[in-house]
Design a protein around this ligand. Structure first.
Ligand code: SF4
Length: 352
């Protein structure tokens, strides 16, 4: 099945084009103080290697805003400044070379402030993300409305102000911590404008909770063709956010970031330590970076019940029996392989 993506306008964030059918860009956010330039650059470089396309930093004071120029000189991917409360921080971040400004209509709402920021962004030819969060909606917008409707109304009101400056390099996000509100909000806004949409479930929690909520919420919208860039907001290190985003996109056929591993959950029929083997293999694949063909499918299966079928259907695979397995390549059983030689054999076959 191919997902039919919503037609959206193309907006450039530095060198990365989002919207208009461009690949869905993965974003993340640095989790240390922006004035800690060394720490920020270290995190961003790790994210670059993992495949993060756009990264955001929190700008809570002028020191943070001024750090942007120094950080930008040391990284390759576009840098977004996350601004709340104070228009001067947006203006300083723009002057210091931010590739996009995220504004929260819940706390920067005076028309003259928004106009001033939009005009500065227009002069520098950078984009603005109108970033609504259910936790910080503009006062009064909740009255009598569902959270999704409130977010959409606030976003549309804000767009009018920005568009009054003849500024259209806009991205929109409408994030709630509740999956249903988030999905409803994005569905509604996707029918009201063609700006690219940045998807995410805000404050989704730590590892399991965050990954599950983000996968369901973001995944549901992507399946409907909605969404041009994604961030999984996890109470985890940023590399976990990027790994999660990559897995969501890969599962939906919207990106390939490395060979796909298919493995069974194991049960009482399995006579090898498949859990250890699969984890070791995945670690080795991750360490191989982008050298390996991302379109390969490799099956590692615990027994002969489903093993031969899955291994034969993949590009290569092993169906284990007792201590050894049968190695399949492009549908054909080729040879026996011992448990301890399985990973080296597969990596060699893959050219890794
Ligand atoms: S393939 Fe075999 S070992 Fe794996 S879950 Fe199925 S029955 Fe169990």
């Amino acid at each position: 099945m191919r997902i039919k993506r919503r037609k959206s306008k193309v907006v450039k964030i530095g060198k990365v084009a989002i919207g208009g059918g461009n690949p869905i860009a993965i974003q993340s956010m640095v989790k240390c103080a922006t004035s800690d330039i060394r720490g920020v650059v270290k995190q961003i470089r790790e994210l670059e290697l993992l495949g993060c396309a756009i990264v955001r930093v929190a700008v809570k004071d002028l020191r943070d805003a001024r750090a942007i120029a120094k950080i930008k000189a040391k990284i390759k991917i576009p840098l977004v400044a996350d601004i709340h409360f104070d228009r001067r921080l947006a203006l300083e971040a723009i002057a210091c070379g931010a590739d996009k400004i995220r504004l929260n209509p819940g706390n920067i709402y005076r028309k003259q402030d928004v106009v001033e920021i939009a005009q500065a962004a227009k002069r520098r030819k950078i984009a603005i993300r109108v970033g609504l969060n259910s936790g910080s909606l503009p006062g009064g917008s909740l009255k009598g409305r569902r959270p999704a409707e409130s977010m959409v109304k606030s976003a549309l009101d804000y767009l009018k102000i920005i568009e009054s400056c003849n500024f259209y390099d806009i991205v929109i996000s409408l994030k709630a911590s509740n999956i249903f509100d988030t999905i409803e909000a994005y569905r509604l806004i996707s029918r009201r404008c063609d700006y690219p949409l940045h998807l995410g479930i805000t404050a989704s929690g730590s590892f399991f909770s965050g990954i599950v909520k983000s996968s369901i919420g973001i995944g549901c919208l992507l399946l409907e063709g909605i969404g041009d860039t994604i961030r999984t907001s996890l109470t985890e290190p940023p590399h976990t956010e990027v790994e999660t985003a990559k897995n969501i996109l890969a599962a939906l056929g919207l990106g390939a970031f490395g060979p796909e591993v298919i493995s069974c959950p194991t049960c009482g029929r399995c006579e090898v330590d498949l859990v250890r083997l699969v984890n070791d293999f995945q670690r080795k694949l991750n360490a191989s970076g982008r050298r390996l063909n991302p379109n390969l499918k490799i099956a590692l299966m615990g027994c002969v019940v489903n093993g031969p079928g899955e291994a034969a259907a993949a590009d290569m695979g092993v169906a284990f029996g007792k201590k050894s397995g049968l190695y399949f390549k492009r549908g054909k059983a080729v040879k026996k392989v011992s448990f301890s030689k399985c990973i080296p054999v597969l990596l060699k076959e893959m050219g890794g």
